[in-house]
Design a protein around this ligand. Structure first.
Ligand code: TER
Length: 329
């Protein structure tokens, strides 16, 4: 075809052949995408309603009737049937123990569900830092997904920053009353550095007097050492407002059926005067007795000797990742 064009013999037949070739190429590409999605579909029990490989990760959203699930790199991030348990447990203890939190930072949480819970409180500003703009765009704009977070990204108090969490924390000069860490599990070095004592020390420089940080911390049942190592890492973190002292560290856990028995770690600058929470109206799960029970650990998940996690201690990071990998096998 190119030769004919080159010789100036552009007639109807070569042009038609060219068009056919272009269409066949398009069909071929379409077919190869179909092959990829058929392969991917076999990984999931439900229909895939969104799938994209971004520069950072594979995003997959599945649906069965009204049940929506988000997977990042094939690892579940939420199930719409029980995500309220995870997000209420993640957000409200920290928000309820800090007096009148106004300026909030969420690290990760690009699905906007933790943001939805934060906005139940009378906050002034929320900064959400998530690496992948495709995730935050998806949950801001997709007609089936944005309602899951009550269109929280449309709230004028919210600023979304698509940036690496470490870089953001290093560069911001703001002080936050509450920091909520809703990151994926530390399955690789890039993620596990955000669960390290170096990162926590950096982060505490950005926490306001009287403030608090909470992180999701994996399953104390299925990755027991990993969970308690997050607790110990927080316990080893210096309190910037009390020289020579540590933070007040509170481990707690809840059952989130999509994940299993799931752990969180809350670290406060001040010793909370009381552990009674001031909870907002309209929660589906968390209440006073549930919160009291969340701080009790059964014998099979109770505290065990663990080790502080450091990005410089490669052997420990490997161990740490192994701890989580058990749960992902
Ligand atoms: N906003 C939701 C983000 C959730 N991040 C935490 C991811 C929890 N991983 C659960 C893995 C369970 C493995 N069976």
């Amino acid at each position: 075809l190119s030769l004919w064009v080159f010789r100036g013999r552009i007639g109807v037949a070569p042009l038609a052949a060219w068009l056919v070739a272009i269409c066949l190429t398009g069909l071929g590409l379409w077919q190869s995408e179909r092959i990829v999605s058929v392969t991917e579909a076999q990984l999931y029990e439900d229909d895939i309603i969104f799938s994209e490989a971004t520069p950072y990760q594979q995003i997959t959203v599945t649906r069965f009737r009204d049940r929506v699930r988000l997977f990042l790199d094939h690892s579940i991030q939420f199930d719409s049937y029980d995500e309220h348990r995870y997000h209420e447990a993640l957000v409200h203890p920290a928000m309820g123990l800090v007096p009148a939190p106004r300026n909030i930072l969420i690290l990760g949480g690009g699905d906007g569900m933790a943001l939805r819970e934060v906005l139940r409180h009378p906050v002034e500003a929320v900064t959400l830092v998530d690496l992948d703009p495709r995730v935050t765009d998806l949950f801001s704009d997709h007609p089936e997904l944005a309602p899951l977070n009550d269109h929280s990204f449309d709230d004028p108090r919210v600023e979304v920053i698509n940036r690496d969490a470490w870089r953001f924390v290093e560069e911001t000069r703001d002080a936050f009353d509450v920091v909520i860490i809703d990151l994926p599990d530390p399955k690789n070095l890039t993620l596990s550095k955000l669960y390290s004592r170096e990162f926590y020390a950096l982060l505490m420089e950005r926490v306001a007097a009287g403030g608090a940080v909470v992180t999701q911390a994996g399953s104390p049942l299925y990755a027991r050492q990993a969970y308690w190592s997050v607790v110990e890492t927080w316990e080893a973190t210096r309190n910037p407002y009390a020289p020579g002292e540590g933070l007040n560290v509170l481990p707690y856990h809840e059952l989130v059926p999509a994940f299993g028995d799931w752990g969180f770690v809350l670290a406060t600058v001040e010793d909370p005067a009381s552990l009674e929470l001031d909870l907002p109206e309209g929660l589906a799960f968390l209440n006073g007795p549930v919160w009291a029970a969340a701080r009790v650990f059964g014998s099979d998940v109770e505290r065990m000797a663990a080790r502080v996690n450091s990005v410089r201690d490669h052997a420990l990071v490997a161990y740490y990742v192994d701890g989580w990998e058990k749960w992902f096998r």
